[in-house]
Design a protein around this ligand. Structure first.
Ligand SMILES: Cc1ncc(COP(=O)(O)O)c(C=O)c1O
Length: 301
């Protein structure tokens, strides 16, 4: 990519299921569920939701019942994350192609019916992009900072995905608490940058309330958001993202996917080419996983 000190933080290898960023959110959310005595967890997403399959894996590890609400119709064939969900023993409800509000209402209906049978359900809202879910990447920022200190790497730039904003929101908040040791380049893969900024600012406020910590500087100052790599929109690959996916696989043997990670790495690589991430300054791309979904993306290549 034209950079000699480019590192990858392998959060695709977080050690649960197929790996990925949501493992860090689930550490906090399932901790909350367990501390409240829950015996079942409900979450929602599309058929290929990485959060859904990681929630299924985390529930399996803790002996919790897992119910996944999919805002789609049952698929003709089980592939990608849908296959993993079945292997992991999750239960599924299909509510057709509804919007997020209807999907949330469907989760609440499931919770009401479980409670009426004496169960203790816990709902994971908003794709885990809540202040508590975002805590996963507050600690992710601290972890990366410590790893760089241990290895003597003077890290200056981090390339990070931004969809609903929980991952980047937590990481940027953590970076601001640390006093801006590196700059965070957030590549938007879902919304225009004004929308992502608004979502992230809501999370910053929620994280300050939750932790009682005010960062030494406004979190907005330690990041830059880019939406020029979004192309035609969420989950629509661009020429750059397709090429990045194939190049990384064929030069490093590392797999990324078409919705989140190839757009992010493609964008970060372009920032390097344009000199906005200078080749002489150590940089790190955070690989957020999503391997399960890649096995249902034949049509996107
Ligand atoms: C693999 C992967 N990367 C990145 C993201 C984006 O995370 P966020 O919604 O916290 O911005 C997701 C969201 O589901 C994901 O599955």
């Amino acid at each position: 990519m034209g950079h000699d000190r480019l590192f990858i933080k392998r959060d695709d290898m977080t050690g649960l299921g197929q790996g990925g960023n949501k493992t860090r959110s689930l550490e906090f959310l399932l901790g909350d569920a367990l501390s409240k005595g829950a015996n079942a967890v409900i979450t929602a997403g599309g058929l290929q939701s990485n959060l859904c399959s990681l929630t299924a894996a985390a529930c399996a590890r803790y002996g919790l019942r897992c119910i996944l609400v999919h805002n789609d119709d049952p698929p003709q064939m089980r592939e990608g994350n849908m296959l993993l969900n079945a292997i992991l023993g999750a239960e599924e409800r299909f509510v057709g192609r509804t919007d997020e509000a209807a999907r949330t209402a469907a989760m609440e209906d499931v919770a009401v019916s479980l409670r009426s049978r004496g169960e203790r359900p816990y709902i994971i809202y908003n794709g885990a992009s809540t202040p508590l879910g975002a805590m996963g990447y507050v600690s992710g920022a601290f972890e990366l900072h410590r790893q760089c200190a241990d290895e003597g790497i003077p890290l200056k730039h981090v390339g990070m995905v931004g969809a609903m904003g929980g991952t980047a929101g937590g990481f940027v908040f953590g970076t601001a608490v640390l006093g801006h040791p590196f700059h965070v380049h957030v590549i938007s893969v879902e919304y225009p940058k004004e929308v992502l900024l608004r979502l992230m600012k809501e999370l910053f406020a929620g994280l300050a309330d939750l932790t009682g910590v005010s960062p030494v500087m406004p979190p907005e100052e330690v990041m830059t958001i880019y939406d020029e790599y979004l192309g035609a929109g969420y989950a629509v690959p661009t020429e750059l993202s397709r090429r990045t996916l194939l190049d990384l696989a064929r030069t490093e043997g590392i797999l990324i996917e078409n919705v989140y990670t190839s757009k992010t790495l493609g964008g970060f690589g372009d920032l390097i080419r344009r000199g906005m991430v200078p080749a002489g300054e150590a940089a790190c791309y955070v690989h957020t996983g999503g391997l399960g979904s890649l096995f249902a993306q034949n049509a996107m290549l």
